[in-house]
Design a protein around this ligand. Structure first.
Ligand SMILES: C[S@@+](CC[C@H](N)C(=O)[O-])C[C@H]1O[C@@H](n2cnc3c(N)ncnc32)[C@H](O)[C@@H]1O
Ligand code: SF4
Length: 444
């Protein structure tokens, strides 16, 4: 283990084109997309953002609010209810059922059981949720109580994702987590006993003060619980986090951070241990127990071009090829919704080429890409369009091109976010010219 303080090589790639090119000037285009009937056969889902947390973790980059007065939380649930009504009546819904619903945060389990029921009343009252839809709800272990989990089960939640992050008391405390190690097992047990169909555990490889020993213990304890899936993120140090500030002289870091190769090795060791215990990898971040088919519908639909309606402050989605994101300020989000208007703040209409690149970079994260999928959907042979990039990545041993597939190597998969931008268009910091020629990456 190195005790050097080292930052990340490049952040988690969540979407394409990058958020930086989405603009308020395109909000009308997004509103027009919502008012158009959908293209046939495109699946639809919903993302609901709950921005409240008990404490702000020192590593977290999400937009969250802490110490929020309860009246404001009630107002938020009412705001999301009003927004759901507006969205649910849009032409883009076009009679479609929701295949997936993802309630993420922040900490959705921060809400009370009554607020959770109200939220689901709003979702089911405004949208037609498919009977077999995947419904995910993120929970922080210290907020899990029996009545909440009963409510989630009764409301049809199929997947609870528990933010465990580390199993070491000191590591949790130093990183500012609100939960303690003793909360993890009871929270997991409640989900199981009360009949939540799938439980996922999130871990972060490389939190401040995590050591070889504490990480090995985290893997051992996680496997002992036998969750349906385990998601492992490699620690990122975003500029808006307390960890970043402490590394730059503002405040005490409280411990050491291992370097990037160690974080990557820890993630790899965790995945290898999970595979030895019967799990299989379904992306560079997730291992699933048993048969992985249809186990994370949200990710699979979204990464194959599904539409997704965004609800809640700073929430983002896409409809008919147009990206859109809601207002990032809680106050102005609520004010706009209160006036009976949608609170979209920025948007971006993708060209067909950008839609292809978006799906490509997201599907690359799965570890395997089907060439015929892109040929059939976009009429494009990836080996021609991205020939030079694929050849260079193959030379660097990140991937190999087989008959109908691009397959990532172990190393390629574990550092995927560091090279995905090679597929971006030059104006987005990438290197692919119109004919597939590879050039120098410009400095943005
Ligand atoms: C919205 S949180 C999950 C729910 C809940 N807020 C919680 O933390 O328990 C999503 C996940 O992002 C991951 N995450 C947050 N900040 C991160 C960072 N700086 N580096 C890597 N992963 C991070 C954590 O694993 C966290 O569980
Ligand atoms: S990691 Fe989860 S609990 Fe911590 S601040 Fe971020 S969203 Fe909140």
């Amino acid at each position: 283990m190195s005790d050097a303080v080292v930052e990340t090589e490049g952040g988690f790639v969540a979407n394409y084109p990058p958020f930086g090119v989405w603009s308020d000037a395109n909000v009308d285009v997004a509103l027009a997309a919502l008012d158009r009937p959908p293209a046939p056969g495109v699946p639809l889902g919903l993302y609901v953002h709950v921005p409240f947390c008990r404490k702000r973790c020192k590593f977290c980059y999400f937009k969250v609010y802490t110490e929020t007065p309860s009246a404001e939380i009630r107002a938020y649930v009412e705001g999301v209810t009003a927004e759901a009504k507006m969205m649910g009546s849009k032409a883009c819904i076009g009679g479609r059922q929701l295949d997936y619903v993802y309630v993420g945060g922040g900490t959705p389990s921060f809400l009370s059981s009554d607020q959770i029921r109200e939220l689901f009343g709003a979702i089911r009252g405004s949208f037609n949720v498919a009977p077999n839809a995947e419904i995910t709800f993120e929970c922080e272990p210290g907020t899990v109580r029996a009545p909440k989990i009963e409510a989630l089960r009764d409301l049809g939640v199929t997947r609870v994702s528990l933010g465990v992050e580390s199993w070491d008391e000191r590591v949790l405390e130093i990183n500012g987590r609100a939960h303690e190690a003793k909360h993890i097992e009871p929270a997991y047990a409640l989900c199981r006993e009360l009949g939540i169909p799938q439980v996922n555990i999130d871990l972060v490889a490389g939190l401040v003060a995590e050591s070889e020993e504490t990480w090995a213990y985290a893997i051992e304890k996680t496997i002992e619980l036998s969750p349906d899936s385990v998601t492992i993120y490699q620690m990122e140090i975003p500029r808006n986090s307390a960890v970043w500030r402490a590394m730059h002289g503002q405040g005490d870091l409280g411990g050491t951070i291992v370097d990037i190769p160690t974080r990557r090795r820890w993630a790899r060791e965790a995945f290898e241990a999970l595979m030895a215990a019967g799990y299989s990898m379904t992306s560079g971040y997730t291992a699933v127990k048993g048969d992985p088919k249809d186990r994370f519908i949200y990710r699979d639909r979204l990464w194959h071009g599904a539409d997704m309606i965004p609800l809640g402050v700073s929430s983002f989605g896409q409809v008919s090829g147009v990206h859109m994101q809601n207002d990032k300020s809680l106050q102005s989000y609520l004010e706009t919704i209160g006036r009976g208007e949608l609170a979209l703040q920025r948007a971006y209409a993708m060209s067909p080429d950008e839609q292809l690149i978006r799906e490509l970079i997201l599907q690359v994260k799965l570890g395997e890409v089907s060439l015929s999928y892109f040929q059939n959907k976009f009429g494009v042979d990836l080996r021609v369009r991205f020939g030079s990039v694929l050849a260079e990545l193959a030379r660097r041993d990140m991937l190999r091109v087989e008959s109908d597939r691009v397959v990532l190597t172990w190393d390629g998969l574990l550092r995927v976010d560091h090279w995905l931008a090679d597929f971006f268009l030059p104006e987005h910091g990438g290197r692919v010219g119109p004919g597939g020629a590879i050039g120098e990456r410009p400095t943005l």
